[in-house]
Design a protein around this ligand. Structure first.
Ligand code: FEO
Length: 183
C-alpha cells in the first residue's frame, strides 16, 4: 500500500529546502566563528543561537516530509560562503541570505497551490510568517549598524551593539515547541 501523500515534485522541493535550512545553519555558524575571531563575542553568541534556529527549521521540514509518508533525503550540505569583510558586511550578508531564503519558500508555496496540496500550503505558512520575522530582525540589525555609524562606527558604539546582541536570551525554541502563533 502506498502511503506517500506528497508529489514527487513537492517532496524534492521540500527536501531541497530542508538542506537549504541546514546550509543556513552552517552560514550562521561560520559567521559566528568569524565574529568571535574579530572580538565581537556578543554578535558571535547571537549568530550561534541563530544557527541552532536554522537547524530547527531543517528538522521541522524533515518531520513534515516523514509525516506525509514521503522519503527524506539527507544530502551533503554546501560549504558556507566567504567570511564577511566587516561587521556591517556581516549583517548585510545575513539580510541578503534571509531575503533569498524567503524567495525559495515562496516558490514551494506556489508549487503547493498549483498542485492543490492544501496540507503543504498550510504547513508552509509557518515559514512564510517566520521569514517576515527573520527579515525584520536582519533589517533591524542593519538599522542599528547605521545608527552606530556603519563602517565608520567607533569602537565604543560597536562595543555597545555587540553587548546588546549578546544580552538576548540564549535559548532557541526547538521545532517541536513552536507554533504558527509563536514561531
Ligand atoms: Fe530558516 Fe533564516 O530562515
Amino acid at each position: 500500500m502506498i502511503t506517500n501523500r506528497l508529489s514527487k515534485t513537492l517532496a524534492a522541493a521540500l527536501n531541497a529546502q530542508m538542506t537549504k535550512e541546514a546550509h543556513a545553519s552552517q552560514i550562521y555558524l561560520s559567521y559566528g566563528v568569524w565574529a568571535a575571531s574579530q572580538g565581537f563575542g556578543g554578535t558571535a553568541n547571537f549568530l550561534f543561537r541563530h544557527a541552532q534556529e536554522e537547524r530547527d527549521h531543517m528538522t521541522k521540514i524533515l518531520e513534515y516530509i516523514l509525516q506525509r509518508g514521503a522519503q527524506v533525503q539527507i544530502t551533503a550540505i554546501p560549504a558556507p560562503p566567504e567570511n564577511p569583510v566587516s561587521i556591517v558586511n556581516c549583517f548585510e550578508k545575513v539580510f541578503e541570505h534571509e531575503v533569498d531564503n524567503t524567495k525559495e519558500i515562496y516558490k514551494i508555496v506556489k508549487m503547493s497551490l498549483l498542485e492543490e496540496d492544501w496540507a503543504t500550503s498550510n504547513f508552509l505558512q509557518w515559514f512564510v510568517k517566520e521569514q517576515v520575522e527573520e527579515e525584520t530582525l536582519a533589517m533591524e540589525l542593519l538599522d542599528k549598524m547605521k545608527l552606530t555609524g556603519a563602517e565608520k562606527a567607533n569602537n565604543s558604539a560597536l562595543y555597545s551593539l555587540d553587548r546588546d546582541l549578546g544580552k538576548a536570551p540564549d535559548e532557541t525554541k526547538s521545532a517541536e515547541d513552536v507554533t504558527a502563533e509563536n514561531p
